[in-house]
Design a protein around this ligand. Structure first.
Ligand code: G3D
Ligand code: MG
Length: 272
């Protein structure tokens, strides 16, 4: 009956400890896969939403990318921004510097990579503030400055979590109907396998105890697999997963290596 089902990648961005992961845990029931996918750079969670309007219902699936808030991971962040159709920008109402950081770091950084995608601002941890009115005024200022919608939320009480995601869903839906030449061009160069490659590489870095130690091996094995990092393919990534597993087998037990390999192959399969 409803045949306008759409699947969209959206980002959760903001400094460390503002509550991004808590918001997902609280809001999302459905998960991306059996495991909550964890990498150094990104966690991806699936959430189905239904938007009701007088003209009918629209079903929408959000692939929510919980991007590591740690500054200095720009490479991973850049990569995780690819193909995003919307972003929830989160700050912590009890730490004003996290709101500044949206304007100074996250938004410019995001718009370097993506087109002008829909953005919704969320001031989280409203349960902690003494003056809700002051928090609302700060939020209103930010909304005006950025010309976006915004909400005060609490991942602790659950307040307004759905409101933020639904507002983003509405913007994302109406945005996808718009005609923006640049948006189309960006879509054309987006390769979903890049984001999978990023996840695999970061997973490997995690296993190997950090990028510094792991990246030389990654480069070696990615080259050996013949993967062009600008345009990875399904076959290339499968080969790269094999090569990385082989490299890992010198450092880890066989069961762990196999488990990692299957997990990574699963990510490749998720690309449709
Ligand atoms: P991040 O994913 O943005 O880095 P987290 O943030 O979700 O890991 O949350 C960081 C800390 O803030 C966690 O505390 C979490 O429980 C807390 N937190 C998240 N959202 C809220 C909220 O709305 N209200 C309150 N009071 N606390 C919140 P811990 O102590 O577990 O590290
Ligand atoms: Mg987190």
């Amino acid at each position: 009956m409803v045949d306008d089902h759409v699947k969209r990648k959206v980002l959760l961005l903001g400094d460390g400890a503002v509550g991004k992961t808590s918001m997902i845990r609280r809001f999302v029931v459905d998960k991306f896969s059996d495991d909550y996918i964890t990498t150094i750079g990104t966690k991806v969670t699936k959430k189905d939403l239904r938007l009701e309007s007088p003209s009918g219902a629209t079903d929408l699936t959000f692939m929510i990318w919980d991007v590591l808030g740690q500054k200095g991971y720009k490479g991973i962040q850049d990569s995780s921004f690819q193909g995003a159709k919307g972003a929830l920008l989160i700050y912590d109402v009890s730490r004003p510097e996290t709101a500044e950081s949206l304007q100074d770091y996250w938004i410019p950084h995001l718009l370097d990579i993506t087109d002008a995608i829909p953005i919704v601002v969320v001031g989280n941890k409203v349960d902690l503030v003494a003056s809700r009115r002051a928090a609302q005024e700060d939020l209103d200022e930010l909304k005006d400055a950025l010309e976006v919608k915004g909400f005060l939320s609490s991942a602790k009480t659950g307040e307004n979590l759905e409101a933020g995601f639904l507002a983003l869903a509405k913007s994302v839906i109406s945005d996808s109907g718009g005609k923006r030449a640049r948006g189309i061009a960006v879509d054309g160069v987006t390769n979903e396998y890049i984001t999978v490659a990023d996840a695999i590489i970061m997973d490997f870095c995690d296993v190997m105890g950090g990028q510094e130690a792991a990246m030389p091996i990654v480069r070696q094995q990615i080259t050996r697999a013949g993967v062009d990092v600008k345009a990875p393919t399904r076959e290339g990534l499968r080969l790269a997963v094999d090569c990385l597993a082989e490299a890992e087998s010198a450092f880890r037990n066989a069961d762990d290596v196999e488990a990692s390999k299957l997990k990574r192959l699963g990510w490749i399969k998720e690309v449709s």
